[in-house]
Design a protein. Sequence first.
Length: 441
Amino acid sequence: MPTSHTAIVILGASGDLARRKLIPALSRLYEHKQIDDSCIIVGSGRTVFSDEEFRNRFEVSRDFAGQLHYHQGITGLKSYIKSKGIFDQVIFFLALPPKVYAATAGQLYDEGFGEETRLIIEKPFGYDYDSARGLNRHLQEYYNERQIYRIDHYLAKEAVQNILVFRFGNSIFYPVWNSNYIDSIQINAYESIGVEDRGAYFDGAGIIRDMVQNHLMQLICLLTMEAPVSLDPEEIRAQKINILKALRVTDCCRFQYNGYRDEAGVAPDSSTETYAELKLFIDTYRWNRMPVYLRTGKALHRKGTEIGMRFKKPPRLLFNKNGDINPNEIIFKIQPSAGIVVEMASKVPGSDVQIIDTSMKFCYIDSFKDEIPEAYQKLLLDAIKGDRTLFVSALETELSWKKFGPFLDAGNLNHHARGTAPEPCLYKEWINFDKYDSLCR
Ligand code: NDP
Ligand code: BG6
């Protein structure tokens, strides 16, 4: 059933996010009949455009272009939308610089947008604990938490959503999913591009703010949370919050790629980290004393996000008397291609008992032929439906900032060559994730 009677307003519609992600995602929802003609899309901003000029900025079908409108500024927006029809809900996507989020919420409220309103807010959500808390308080002066949708686009990745299904839809994994059996969790998020044209933003942030505090934290929560009592978004959030409360970051080392200081918008003496490796613990009964390692960075030798669950080695008995059997590992390949690999020991055929590493694989490309929806497509549709499962709560953002606070902008800065990952600095036994790069492509 298509979703209808919704006005979707993009504030900052002349910007990059609207052009590259939001309008294409809405266009796909329209072409796939997931939204219908009773939904309108209004671009808004300080720039002056006629409807025609606004429509001509995008490569979309004529039918979809007919759903696009433009209104300059927030003043008069309420009556403008009313003039277009009757809508059950008005959804604002704040594709704006973060510094104006709070003031914009106030302006929308003053313009008369109340109960029927939802606000979708992009990252970065705050700069540290205090700023995130301040922003939450400002927004909540005007709108209820249930009207606020904070985006973390990692939650909309299919392979990320599959983590909970893998854990709780397959009874074989549940009993071993704890520190009695698992030796470490390792998360690897590499990017090959540098900061490109986002130097000014990135230089004021660094990789811990940009990737770890939000995206990688969400991965950790999904990997380690207890089973919620239902799939109600609030029940899932409650379990994620328990993990965030129990999280303890212990170590961090920071690197910057050579040449970063020459990037446009970057200070010539910048000490912003573009790569970080971190170690943390989750102080719960389930995860007691088991380390979680993270590493992420830009301008590395490849793009790829993988998660490894490394199990403990079998006892030094039978086939492992010399301790040379490798531990089992479950690898979640999140992107660019998605899949899951289970690494296990097997006997080489023959009369000797010789054991080698073998693997079982599941690749999305082999099992699912349909196009996987793009993250913003899924997020926008969920916001229209009022499903907040894939959005981040105020408390999640605040707790996460709090836990990483001591590691923001702190510690020695090392350097590494562009196009190469630095040597591991906290943990020497990282899974060789590079070997999965070509898998499932
Ligand atoms: P842009 O810099 O392109 O700005 C978007 C629009 O905001 C501008 O076109 C402008 O429209 C309006 N704007 C700029 N300054 C102000 C201001 N002071 N007051 C009110 N409006 C202003 O940003 P992006 O589109 O790249 O990003 C939008 C948001 O999404 C940001 O918060 C960004 O961090 C976040 N984001 C972006 C991503 C991307 O891929 N681009 C990815 C992840 C997050 P006008 O002049 O017409 O008012
Ligand atoms: C964004 C960060 O949130 O995520 C970017 O601001 C980063 O710096 C991007 O490149 C990575 O997203 P993905 O989906 O390409 O892994």
